[in-house]
Design a binder for this molecule. Structure first.
Ligand SMILES: CC(=O)N[C@H](C=O)[C@@H](O)[C@H](O)[C@H](O)COP(=O)(O)O
Length: 222
């Protein structure tokens, strides 16, 4: 079965803790990944070389790996070197920022795609808008993700998933589309999947207890 077939109509779960957080440990990420696979996740998305290594050893489902370096501008797998390292750590698919913003080493998205393919992995293009998606497909991306919608100047940040962008992207590309970003409930996921993407990726609403707790605390009486 191809990776696309494995993901078709299925849920990917992103298992990430952020720098300085209590759960920011590779073995915890790997156990979180195992837990979501038991719940039916068909693949997991994991950040950081050590987390990718630990998770790839712990689960048998495909691993979407990325390396976040910094938190401004292009920080999701910003260079071919980062992309290669993710693939060598065991990522089956490497998620890469596909915006046209400058990269720290002057490389291009197409350079990152080439390096990833040479290292034997596929590419998920993390896009912020329709232009990114169309360019990413032309540059050889294997999967088109909507991960960065609402996180650049290109589009406003929608409350839930950016359904308008999803529709636009689905009408413009032929590569499989993975919807990601602010899918906060099973109902959001249902609305997303009714549009017909290949699959969807949920992070915070499943694997980030600090955010989840805040959502509940915000509903307490003042
Ligand atoms: C913009 C950015 O850096 N997104 C990151 C990409 O890996 C993660 O922080 C998100 O949690 C992930 O995209 C899943 O989205 P959500 O947590 O909304 O379900």
């Amino acid at each position: 079965m191809t990776l696309k077939e494995q993901l078709e109509g299925k849920l990917i779960v992103s298992c990430q803790a952020y720098p300085g957080e209590p759960l920011r440990e590779p073995h915890i990420t790997a156990m979180m990944a195992k837990a979501v696979v038991e719940g039916g996740a068909a693949a997991v998305r994991v950040q950081g070389i050590e987390d990718i290594k630990a998770t790839a050893e712990a689960v048998t489902v495909p691993v979407v790996g990325l390396w976040k370096d910094g938190h401004e501008g292009v920080y999701i797998t910003p260079t071919p070197q980062h992309a290669r390292a993710c693939a060598e750590a065991g990522a089956d698919i490497v998620a890469i920022d596909a915006t046209d913003r400058p990269r720290p080493d002057g490389s291009s998205f197409a350079d990152c795609v080439r390096a990833t393919h040479e290292a034997g992995a596929l590419v998920m293009a993390d896009c912020s808008c329709l232009d990114d998606a169309v360019r990413a497909e032309a540059d050889g991306a294997d999967f088109i993700g909507t991960t960065l919608a609402g996180y650049t100047e290109s589009r406003p940040k929608t409350e839930g998933p950016d359904l308008e962008l999803v529709k636009e992207v689905l009408g413009a590309v032929t590569k499989p589309v993975i919807v990601e970003g602010r899918i906060h409930s099973p109902e959001d996921l249902k609305a997303v999947m009714e549009l017909g993407p290949c699959s969807a990726c949920v992070g915070t609403a499943i694997t980030h207890p600090t955010s989840l707790t805040k959502w509940f605390v915000a509903k307490l009486p003042a």
